[in-house]
Design a protein around this ligand. Structure first.
Ligand SMILES: *Cc1c(COP(=O)(O)O)cnc(C)c1O
Length: 343
C-alpha cells in the first residue's frame, strides 16, 4: 500500500534526475570557494531571484538566521509576524544566537501585517529603545493558509521600510508557490526585499538545503555568519547538484500541487463534520477543522494513519494537509473517500 503523506512538502524525496545529478556532481572544497557545483547553484539562484549573489545553507531555519544576523547587530530589533515561521518555529535562534529583539505584530488571516501597525512598531530615537533594523515578511505564509502576499502589499512594505531606512528580509521558503499562485515572475516579488531565503527541500523536492540571496556585500558578510554557525560545508556540491535539478525541473510542476490542493479543499467542504475556509486555499497548503462532536480530531488522524494517509494535527481541532511532488489527483480522491468514510 502506498503511503499518502500529506503532513508536509518536506517529506518529498529526491527525483531520479536528482540522484543522477548527485552521483555525477563535480566537487571541491566549498569553504575554500572551490566547489564548482555549489558555485553554479549559487549563480543560478541569484539570477532566478534577481539578486547579485547567493549562498547555499543547510536549512530554511539557517537561511533566515544567517540573513537576520547579517542585517542586525545585538540589541537591534526585527519586526515580524506573530504567526511567522521565524517567530514560531526557529527555536528562538535570533535571540539565542544574535541577541536580536523580536517585535511581533499580528498576522492577519491573509499573512499580512497591517501597514499602520508596522509603522507604529518602528522605534524612535530614544536611549530606552532597541533600534529597529529589519522587517521580515513570509511568502507564502505557512501558518496563514499558505497565503501568497501580493505584489502591491510587498511594494507597500518595501516603500515604508525604505522611507525609514529599514531593511526587508523575505522568508521565501515557498516563494515559487507564491509566484505560481500570483502568476508573476519570482523576481517581481523578491525585488521588494533586500534579502531572500528559499527552500530547495520543500515543493522543489531536493533532499537538503536552502539558498539565501542578496547583494554581493550582503552575501560576503553572510558567509562569515554561516561559518560562525558551523554551516561551512566542504563538498556540498552533493547537495547543490540536486538543487540545480530542482530549479531546472521542479518549479513549473508546482501548479499541479495547487490544483490538487483545490481538489482536496473542495472535497473537504462537502464532508459533514469538517469545516474549511475554502477561499483561503491559494497554494499547496490546506487547513481544515473538526466541527463534529462525534469524533475527536486525534481519532481522525489515527484512523487515517491506519489507512496509510498522514495529515498533521495542529491545535485541538485543526488539521493541515500539504500537497507536493509524489501526490497525484487519485491520491487526493482516495484521501477524500477515506475521510468521508471515517466521518
Ligand atoms: C519550512 C520553513 C522554514 C524553515 O525551513 P527548514 O528547512 O525546515 O529549516 C522557514 N520558513 C517557512 C515559512 C517555512 O515553511
Amino acid at each position: 500500500m502506498k503511503t499518502i503523506d500529506l503532513r508536509s512538502d518536506t517529506v518529498t524525496l529526491p527525483t531520479p534526475a536528482m540522484k543522477e545529478a548527485i552521483s555525477n556532481a563535480e566537487l571541491g572544497d566549498d569553504v575554500f570557494g572551490e566547489d564548482p557545483t555549489t558555485i553554479r547553484l549559487e549563480k543560478m539562484a541569484a539570477e532566478r531571484m534577481g539578486k547579485e549573489a547567493a549562498m547555499l545553507v543547510v536549512s530554511g531555519t539557517m537561511g533566515n538566521l544567517v540573513c537576520i544576523l547579517t542585517h542586525c547587530k545585538r540589541a537591534e530589533e526585527v519586526i515580524l509576524g506573530d504567526r511567522s515561521h521565524t517567530f514560531l518555529y526557529e527555536a528562538g535562534g535570533i535571540s539565542a544566537v544574535g541577541g536580536i529583539h523580536p517585535h511581533t505584530i499580528t498576522n492577519q488571516p491573509d499573512g499580512t501585517m497591517r501597514l499602520e501597525e508596522i509603522e507604529a512598531a518602528i522605534r524612535g530615537d530614544n536611549v530606552h529603545f532597541p533600534r529597529t533594523r529589519l522587517i521580515c515578511l513570509e511568502n507564502t505564509h505557512n501558518r496563514c493558509s499558505g497565503a501568497a502576499l501580493t505584489l502591491e502589499y510587498m511594494k507597500a512594505v518595501a516603500e515604508l521600510a525604505n522611507d525609514r531606512d529599514i531593511m526587508v528580509h523575505l522568508d521565501g521558503a515557498r516563494i515559487f508557490n507564491a509566484a505560481v499562485a500570483l502568476q508573476v515572475d519570482v523576481t517581481e516579488l523578491t525585488g521588494y526585499a533586500d534579502s531572500v531565503s528559499f527552500c530547495l527541500s520543500k515543493g522543489l523536492s531536493a533532499p537538503v538545503g536552502s539558498v539565501i540571496c542578496g547583494s554581493k556585500e550582503f552575501i560576503t558578510e553572510a558567509r562569515r555568519n554561516r561559518k560562525i554557525l558551523g554551516g561551512g560545508m566542504r563538498q556540498c556540491g552533493i547537495i547543490a547538484a540536486a538543487g540545480i535539478t530542482a530549479l531546472d525541473e521542479m518549479v513549473d510542476r508546482i501548479a499541479d500541487d495547487h490544483a490538487n490542493a483545490q481538489r482536496l479543499a473542495q472535497g473537504i467542504a462537502r464532508i459533514p463534520g469538517l469545516s474549511i475556509e475554502q477561499e483561503r486555499v491559494q497554494t499547496n497548503i490546506v487547513y481544515f477543522d473538526m466541527v463534529s462532536r462525534q469524533i475527536k480530531a486525534e481519532e481522525l488522524v489515527s484512523q487515517l494513519d491506519n489507512k496509510g494517509i498522514k495529515i498533521l494535527l495542529l491545535g485541538p481541532s485543526r488539521f493541515r494537509a500539504v500537497t507536493h511532488y509524489g501526490i497525484n489527483s487519485e491520491d487526493i480522491d482516495l484521501t477524500l473517500t477515506t475521510l468521508g468514510e471515517i466521518m
